[in-house]
Ligand binder design. Structure first.
Ligand SMILES: [Zn+2]
Length: 159
């Protein structure tokens, strides 16, 4: 994408010419998160800093979404991180309402770990990446049973 290339001719003994092409990377080349084709993806939310969308590869899950920072940055300021986490947690409550629990995974060990993003997935044991989900640190659990449990306690009269 944003790479600078230039050719240099090195002349040796008047007739031997070596041509060499230098490439200097200015920004991540071929970063899939910089090159997201947003027209093709299902977008759940977008603001000035983040975009939340369904992942291209669902890896056998009914839903698998991610929130991506719009700039190619490995880490983001704490306040923005909290904002992103808040956005994706709220969206996940709706998107994953079909299942009791979804997890927001830490991207430290992700394939694309030089561009800030968080993936949210359900816990379908038949999915392609189930072992990997269990081996990954979770930022938090989106627990759709919590509200239900709270309502049960309330309606049974317990304080
Ligand atoms: Zn990127």
């Amino acid at each position: 994408m944003l790479a600078e290339t230039w050719r240099v001719k090195i002349v040796i003994d008047d007739d031997v010419i070596i041509e060499h092409q230098f490439v200097r990377t200015l920004k991540a080349v071929k970063c899939p998160l910089c090159e997201l084709d947003v027209k093709r993806e299902k977008i759940f939310h977008e603001d000035k800093w983040f975009i939340t969308l369904r992942t291209e590869n669902l890896k056998g899950h009914r839903e698998r979404i991610m929130i991506v920072y719009k700039e190619h940055e490995h880490s983001i300021p704490r306040k923005l991180y909290e904002r992103g986490l808040d956005i994706v947690s709220k969206i996940s409550r709706n998107v994953f309402s079909y299942t009791p629990k979804a997890v927001i995974m830490d991207s430290t060990f992700a394939t694309i770990n030089d561009h800030w993003h968080l993936v949210v997935t359900d816990l379908d044991p038949t999915s392609e990446d189930f072992d990997q989900i269990l081996a990954t640190q979770w930022v938090t659990v989106v627990d759709n049973t919590a509200e239900e449990a709270a309502n049960r306690v309330y309606s049974s009269g317990a304080v």
